[in-house]
Design a protein. Sequence first.
Length: 177
Amino acid sequence: MTVNPGHTFARIAIVTVSDRASGGQYEDLSGPAVEQWLRRAVAQPCEFVRRIVPDGVESVRNALLQLCDKDDIDLVLTTGGTGPAPRDLTVEATHQVLTKELPGFGELMRRVSLEQVPTAILSRQTAGVRGRSLIINLPGKPASIGICLAAVFPAVPYCLELIGARKMAEALPDSGA
């Protein structure tokens, strides 16, 4: 897949996975937390695309396929659906669309999260590549999002470069991200 010449900035999709948020039963706090963190961490302009989908393999898989294969997205960050509850199926959906898994992302997110809360061991985050898109599963709790992103984000620009996505420059470490 080639990069669309009409898009000059990196395109980042944030997918909130939640039955209640997608149904309007409560406000999505996770998606905005991801975007706010990224706006501080990315050194150049980028375009954000936001989606809220219900829990479940099919809904998440379909969103990921649309974003990666049709919407020309470089980085897809999901939030939610990574725990052990019966409806937490984001990881299963992600596995169905990945062409290459990058387990180090999930390993590092769990390690840094365990320094904060002992229940982080229940998390099942993963990451991987589909075409020229990098997909990363983040936790659903806004407080945990920054911890996980701070840990893995230094590898993101280089990974995007390796898979042929648009370049993304990380902000300087003192940027407050």
